[in-house]
Design a protein around this ligand. Structure first.
Ligand code: OFO
Length: 173
């Protein structure tokens, strides 16, 4: 049986994963209309990944015999008019996500809920890559500022990203 405290934390994280998907879709739309099709593609794929994170978390909560609360998903605010502004926000956002996942792991550990600890550690470890990607692209964009061909070069690289379900092959109830 999952504790109320852990259920609340996982439910909030489920909401946060949907918020992440929403955020990345908002950024993708802005980048697409600003002519950066590659950044738009990367962000759209990121939104697909966030929805997969949410679906996996939903299934875990249900498999533990619980029902998450479905609170409202926060609206998206922010200035996403340039790639630098977008990736600055992506990095900050992912750093915050890492903090909340770490705090779920801490609660699970304190409650000796090893299953939830192990479950959430997949997300914690995934954040290393999420932060690293955002940091790398932000650094490259800052170095390229004013050099449109360098920015378009990165845009072309990110256009190649395709969605791969991170849980493909994982057992689903
Ligand atoms: Fe779900 O990993 Fe980003 O936010």
């Amino acid at each position: 049986m999952i504790s109320k405290k852990l259920l609340k934390a996982l439910g909030d994280q489920l909401n946060a994963e949907f918020y992440s998907a929403y955020l990345y879709l908002a950024m993708s739309a802005e980048m697409d209309n600003a002519g950066f099709k590659g950044f738009a593609n990367w962000l759209y794929v990121q939104a697909q990944e966030e929805r997969a994170h949410a679906a996996h978390m939903f299934q875990y909560i249900v498999d533990r015999g619980a029902v998450p609360s479905f609170g409202p998903i926060e609206g998206i605010k922010g200035d996403f008019s340039t790639p630098v502004k977008v990736f600055d926000r992506v990095l900050k956002h992912e750093q915050n996500v890492t903090k909340s996942l770490n705090s779920i792991a801490t609660i699970a550990q304190a409650e000796n809920d090893h299953a939830t600890y192990q479950f959430v550690m997949w997300y914690v470890n995934e954040q290393v890559e999420e932060e690293d990607n955002a940091d790398e692209y932000l650094t490259r964009l800052k170095l390229s500022e004013g050099n449109i061909s360098a920015i378009y070069n990165l845009d072309t690289i990110l256009a190649a990203r395709v969605f791969v379900d991170p849980f493909a092959g994982a057992a689903q109830a």
